[in-house]
Design a protein around this ligand. Structure first.
Ligand SMILES: Cc1ncc(COP(=O)(O)O)c(C=O)c1O
Length: 405
């Protein structure tokens, strides 16, 4: 791969995304009340997609017919080969179903495999739409808060067993976990899987972050974590986070359980979601076929962005930050500042001019936290760190210049 097409570690060039209907850059005003902020919130990257993807889309765009399009065998094969190559996971062709995104796929799973009023459990804090997709589909939300010890999060198996015993029908797992950055180990997944099997809880594993894991940590598919788990698990994956193509809306559902797959596919049909987006099919296939080398270069870059934040902010004015094991999201613990969360956000927005994700978006356990997206050039990460320090300095009345990084 040509390194010139990739932002080098010292790259200060930022892709200009303002004015492109970009959620992260063009909706600042709506979310934070002003548009002059450094946006480090929405989970996509301010980095260019793999050049192979751009090339494939340009080639396809050159053919001037953009009519109804289906997903060909080569599309599925690209994903199957990727899962085997990168994760050692052998997926069968007949297990694969579609959705325009992982959250839409979650909604389809809920409708296909549970009934209104059923309890669905999530492990909190967790990606905000997990809450909404359960409640807006008229299911009852059950939560099992993760156990936290100085920024390190673990599953609470006793609590899970107690909640499962009360009739939970489905678990939505986040593996790796947004926002706490854990990449669940095989032992953790097995333990969780045993509980789900014991209480007959269906598992929907959102594994959208699977490819963005920093060695020595390793992603393990929940469905392959134990003998019986394939038939008990639907896995949702997508190239959107990995290759920064979330705007193309495409994902896969891996459903080895034949009966569940039939129900899922019927739900897809009922919603008339059968066709695919022309460019999305092209990008998906190109990314999974040719994006491996690009990803190999991206991962250390993201890891070192995370490390910069930890080095600069962990211990700074009682902030606590742990390096994430995967993703490009850093979970910042501001609780030591003992600030009201609204005041904390105001301080970051008005003094630091930075837009981070409010920890409460991930549930009540996120109070006192902010999530920082470091999927961007290093210069932007350093700017973000500087703005956070400036915000805190303003609060304590210090001079801004002392806090330059
Ligand atoms: C855990 C998780 N699942 C799903 C999504 C969104 O997936 P999609 O855009 O495919 O619906 C995100 C986006 O940040 C996420 O973090």
């Amino acid at each position: 791969m040509n390194l010139d097409s990739f932002p080098r570690p010292d790259c200060s060039d930022l892709i200009v995304r303002k004015g492109t209907n970009c959620e992260k850059w063009d909706r600042l005003d709506q979310v934070y009340g002003r548009d002059d902020l450094l946006p480090m919130w929405v989970a996509d990257m301010d980095l260019p997609v793999p050049p192979e993807v751009v090339k494939a889309i340009k080639l396809r765009a050159g053919h001037p017919a953009y009519g109804y399009t289906f997903r060909p065998d080569s599309y599925y094969q690209a994903f199957i080969d990727w899962a085997l190559r990168r994760h050692g996971w052998q997926i069968n062709f007949e297990w694969l179903s579609d959705a325009p995104g992982v959250i839409p796929a979650l909604a389809l799973c809920i409708n296909a495999l549970t009934d209104p009023g059923d309890q669905i459990l999530i492990q909190t804090p967790v990606y905000g739409p997990f809450y909404h997709v359960v409640s807006s589909n008229n299911r009852k939300l059950a939560t099992s808060p993760l156990l936290e010890d100085r920024g390190y999060y673990r599953m609470n198996y006793d609590d899970l067993a107690a909640k499962f015993a009360k009739g939970v029908k489905m678990l939505i797992l986040c593996n790796p976990h947004n926002p706490v950055g854990r990449v669940w180990t095989l032992d953790e997944l097995r333990h969780l899987g045993e509980l789900c099997l014991a209480y007959d809880v269906k598992i929907v594993a959102d594994e959208i972050w699977a490819d963005l894991v920093f060695p020595p940590f390793k992603y393990h598919p929940m469905a392959a974590a134990g003998h019986e788990l394939a038939r008990q698990t639907i896995t949702l994956m997508a190239p959107s986070k990995t290759f920064n193509i979330a705007g193309l809306h495409n994902s896969v559902a891996v459903i080895p359980n034949k009966e569940w797959k039939r129900s899922y596919d019927q739900a897809t049909k009922r919603a008339y979601l059968g066709f695919a987006n022309v460019f999305s099919v092209t990008a998906f296939t190109a990314a999974y076929c040719h994006g491996g080398e690009w990803l190999d270069q991206l991962l250390p870059y993201l890891k070192s962005n995370c490390d910069q934040v930890v080095a600069a902010l962990d211990g700074y004015c009682s902030l606590r930050v742990r390096p994430p094991e995967g993703t490009y999201l850093v979970w910042l613990d501001f609780r030591g500042l003992e600030l009201d969360q609204d005041l904390l956000i105001r301080m970051l927005v008005e003094h630091g001019k930075i837009g981070l994700s409010d920890g409460r978006f991930f549930g009540r356990e996120g109070d006192g936290f902010m999530r920082m997206n470091v999927g961007c050039p290093r210069s932007m990460v350093m700017d973000g760190i500087s703005r956070i320090k400036k915000s805190i300095a303003c609060l304590s009345g210090e001079t801004e210049s002392e806090y330059e990084v």
